[in-house]
Design a protein around this ligand. Structure first.
Ligand SMILES: [Zn+2]
Length: 200
């Protein structure tokens, strides 16, 4: 974790906490993943470097709400649909600051929890890990692969390689929408937990 990433996570966690978001440190890691933009030279992710984050303090890739309380900006969106990534011009929320962004994210989860069981489960979660696993399954289409033995994979090629180790009757890994996103957020959370514990 580099100084830019660490500073982003600490600032974002403080703003998430201020906004009343559950599991603010995990919410900061979600924001880091979703606002990340690769450095043109090193390819290392610059957290908060996306156009949405820079132009509109939109750290979560939040699309325009039906009843929009903030501003709107139109930029391309990348979605995983019918086994392929597609790009569409999309209206997005534009916020005055990060705290408003986290408040709107928390409000969105609460508003939709009655319709989306994974949001209800996320809000009732006992641990940050349970929160992100649940919330991701309705928040994102980014797929992950889950094996009956408990192993989970971000890349299909790794899931396929893993299946070879099981007897053929054991079955194959199941594709779960959002699991890829959850695994990516968890790897950021693990890295920042180790970092923060080391400096505490
Ligand atoms: Zn397995």
């Amino acid at each position: 974790m580099n100084p830019q990433q660490k500073e982003f996570l600490q600032t974002a966690a403080a703003q998430a906490k201020r906004a009343g978001h559950v599991f603010p440190e995990m919410a900061a890691c979600e924001a880091a993943l979703e606002s990340g933009h690769p450095d043109p030279v090193t390819k290392v992710s610059i957290y908060g470097g996306s156009e949405l984050a820079r132009e509109g303090n939109n750290l979560f890739g939040m699309k325009e709400h039906r009843h929009n309380a903030y501003g709107v900006m139109v930029l391309p969106a990348h979605e995983f649909e019918n086994s392929a990534w597609i790009v569409t011009e999309t209206p997005w929320e534009k916020y005055p600051d990060w705290a408003s962004c986290f408040a709107d994210r928390m409000g969105t989860l609460c508003r939709l929890a009655g319709f989306l069981p994974h949001y209800a489960a996320a809000l009732a979660a006992k641990t940050p890990e349970e929160f992100v696993n649940q919330v991701s399954q309705s928040w994102s289409t980014d797929p992950g692969w889950h094996c009956r033995c408990g192993m989970e994979f971000i890349r299909e090629v790794d899931a396929k390689a893993h299946e070879v180790g099981h007897a053929s009757t054991y079955g194959v890994c199941e594709v779960i929408p959002g699991l890829g996103r959850a695994l990516k957020v968890l790897s950021i959370y693990k890295a920042c937990s180790e970092d923060w514990n080391a400096t505490a």
